[in-house]
Design a protein around this ligand. Structure first.
Ligand SMILES: Cc1cc2nc3c(=O)[nH]c(=O)nc-3n(C[C@H](O)[C@H](O)[C@H](O)COP(=O)(O)OP(=O)(O)OC[C@H]3O[C@@H](n4cnc5c(N)ncnc54)[C@H](O)[C@@H]3O)c2cc1C
Length: 382
């Protein structure tokens, strides 16, 4: 059987490549090497935060993706919650950046509101008064459940658009022959298509290893944890910390960003690439993290599989400075990984006009992936 498009990798990028091709009436096969996608797309916070994106195409991709998530949510429950993000400042410098960001968001008609300390405490009763000098509510940001969302999108595509989906199907070969792309799997099957989209996340050894070794990509490892369900705690939306304000790309456009000093106590946080995000899941548990360790793609094995306790201790210390939860019992720890480019974009390459690689989208793939995939599919089919 022959397809218009075969997509390799059923993470967020691959699934939304499939979505955009299917909605153009194309016949699509989606191949996933594992029993179900188990990589960055299901290991993340599920924060869809255009407000944190660089004010170039990525902010617009974020906004378009949020619109698409909302539209699909009306069709079937994807776990999308339209509750916004709360950025919490811990000092006057961060508060100034929030005021400046609110101006930049308003210029782009992106709904937001600067909050006083009193308003933050009223919205988030578990917030420690000693932490907060004020906040910003980015009202159009969303959250999704990372363990659910991509599976529900895929199920919708199978049901409504006749997506052909095969799991436990690792692709080990992909080349153009006789005007079509031939895709070979580890179990010996061969599939053919006019085009192939390679959305392989951080799996750089199975396909095109030489190309990826020379790509300049970095592999990033993030420490994550999740509390037990917290009785009586309701976070009103995504929560981002002062450290996030100092890290997220949208703040790079704030006039004061490079005038503010880094307090000495933040040094180990900077070294560990740590900022603090909270995201409450539907059962009341709270996902919290994260840290960032980096390695060149050729040395990704240096990112050990074990979790560094010193980084987790720093994450918990700052989280506890922010929030007064009834318990800090952690039910799960895990590591997530993604590839990232050095210029803040994504890695794309087309081979022989028919094999289209799209990966290395970094820490913004849940926020921007659906719209980025739309642009890629447009470039494939016009
Ligand atoms: C801990 C963590 C927290 C994050 N938090 C957020 C957040 O809150 N908001 C946000 O916007 N972004 C966040 N991100 C980033 C986001 O999760 C990623 O950008 C996004 O999930 C990348 O999607 P992807 O489809 O490119 O990759 P992946 O999710 O890695 O999917 C790639 C898939 O391809 C499959 N595959 C690979 N090779 C083959 C092959 N040869 N054959 C068949 N299948 C193959 C893999 O098994 C995998 O399922 C976070 C990431 C991490 C790790």
């Amino acid at each position: 059987m022959s397809y218009h498009l075969i997509v390799i990798g059923a993470g967020n990028l691959g699934t939304f490549h499939a979505y955009h091709a299917l909605t153009r009436g194309k016949k699509v096969l989606l191949l996933e090497k594992d029993a179900q996608p188990a990589e960055a797309t299901v290991r993340n916070f599920g924060q869809v935060i255009p407000s944190g994106m660089a004010f170039d195409t990525w902010f617009e991709y974020g906004r378009e993706s949020a619109r698409l998530y909302r539209t699909l949510q009306q069709r079937t429950d994807l776990s999308v919650r339209a509750n916004g993000s709360y950025y919490l400042a811990s000092d006057d410098d961060e508060l100034r950046l929030l005021e400046e960001l609110s101006g930049l968001l308003r210029e782009r008609d992106y709904a937001c509101q600067v909050l006083t300390k009193v308003q933050c405490l009223a919205k988030i009763p578990t917030l420690n008064a000693s932490y907060c000098t004020g906040g910003l509510w980015a009202a159009e940001d969303l959250s999704v459940e990372p363990r659910l969302m991509v599976h529900r999108v895929r199920t919708l595509l199978q049901r409504a658009f006749a997506l052909d989906y095969r799991f436990n199907t690792a692709v080990i070969g992909c080349e153009v022959r006789n005007g079509q792309v031939e895709v070979r799997t580890a179990s010996g099957e061969t599939f053919r298509a006019d085009h192939v989209a390679v959305c392989n996340g951080r799996d750089f050894n199975l396909l095109f290893p030489k190309l990826f070794a020379e790509s300049g990509l970095k592999v990033v490892k993030l420490n994550m944890m999740e509390t037990v369900p917290l009785t009586g705690v309701t976070l009103p939306g995504n929560i981002l910390s002062g450290l996030s304000i100092r890290r997220y790309e949208s703040f790079e456009s704030c006039p004061s960003r490079h005038q503010i000093a880094t307090p000495e106590w933040q040094r180990p946080y900077l070294e560990g690439g740590i900022h603090i995000l909270f995201k409450q899941a539907l059962d009341g548990s709270v996902i919290l993290g994260d840290s960032h360790e980096y390695a060149d793609v050729r040395e990704a094995a240096q990112l050990d599989f074990s979790l560094r306790n010193d980084l987790n201790a720093l994450i918990l210390r700052e989280a506890q400075r922010m929030m007064n939860f009834p318990t800090w019992q952690i039910q799960r720890y895990w590591a997530g990984y993604y590839g990232q480019t050095t210029d803040g974009g994504a890695f794309t390459q087309t081979i022989d006009e028919r094999i289209h690689i799209a990966t290395g989208i970094g820490g913004k793939g849940m926020t921007t992936g659906p719209a980025f995939a739309r642009q890629r599919v447009e470039s494939i089919f016009g």
